[in-house]
Every structure is written in C-alpha cells, then in structure tokens.
Design a protein. Structure first.
Length: 160
C-alpha cells in the first residue's frame, strides 16, 4: 500500500505542478494580469518538483531522498506563500523583494522612462481572485497539502 501511495503522490505532485505553472502563465500572458515578484518566486517549487519527479523516475534508488526533498521544497513554498499572504493582508510590510525591479541604482534616462511606462505590481495588490481568494491563498493550500502528504510518505517509507 505504501508503494501505491508513493506512486500516487509522485504523480499527483507532477500533475499539480504542471497545472499550477500552466495556470500561472495563462493568467499572466493570456488574461494579462501582471504578477508581483513574490508571485514569480512562488512558481519555483512547482518547477523544481517537475524536475525532481523526472529525476526520481530516472534514479529510482534515491526515491526516499527525492520525497524528502519535495517535502522541504513545498515547506519552503508554503512559508513563502504565507509571507506573501501576510503582505497582502497588511500584517507584514513589503520587503525589498517586492520593490526591486533591477539590482542596479545606476539607470540611464531611457531605462528610467522605460520603467515608468511599465506597469509595476506591488506584492500587496491582489490583481486576480478566484471565489474571493487570491492565488497566494490557493498556493498555501496546495503547498501545505503536498508538504504534509510527502512528509507522511517519507516518515512511513521504510514501513512494510
């Protein structure tokens, strides 16, 4: 049963990661909602998960390690999403991650004009909601679900 749970979990993480990334790009490029910097960072765990699932199928002997790695990645994703929700709700002030567009303070007048024309999104601004919840809220739920599920599978890995 543990083997079936592992395989089901790995497939679930793979499909959820693909759907999450495709949805994020659809909302950004097709629907035209510009993501903030934290929204872009919140995509990283899903990209890493896809890579880890591929590596897991290639190097099945390291499956337990890959499950632990997925747990840690989605724990970090949950933490990042909770931080972002705190900014959205006004509990936490925006950090430099939200404000910085580029790492350089030395800008030419053309670059300054270009940045002024670009629509910049603050991390506290919610530009897209589904059923009254921001995408960050859904990301918290998904990341936490994956983190708990993979953590349970990891802890019970050697049983049976």
């Amino acid at each position: 049963m543990v083997k079936n749970s592992k395989n089901l979990l790995i497939k679930f993480i793979f499909y959820v990661s693909i759907i999450a990334l495709v949805s994020a790009f659809f909302i950004e490029y097709v629907l035209g909602h510009q993501p903030c910097n934290l929204c872009i960072l919140e995509r990283i765990p899903y990209l890493l998960a896809i890579i880890i699932v591929f590596l897991n199928y290639k190097f099945i002997i390291f499956e337990k390690f890959f499950i632990l790695l997925l747990t840690i990645i989605f724990l970090a994703g949950t933490t990042l999403s909770l931080y972002h929700l705190g900014i959205e709700q006004g509990f936490i002030q925006e950090s430099l991650v939200c404000d910085l567009k580029s790492g350089s303070n030395l800008l030419s007048k053309e670059e300054i004009l270009k940045q002024l024309k670009e629509k910049s999104v603050n991390c506290k601004d919610v530009t897209f909601k589904i059923f009254g919840l921001s995408l960050t809220s859904y990301n918290i739920l998904l990341s936490l679900l994956i983190c708990i599920s993979s953590g349970k599978i990891y802890l019970n890995y050697d049983k049976n």
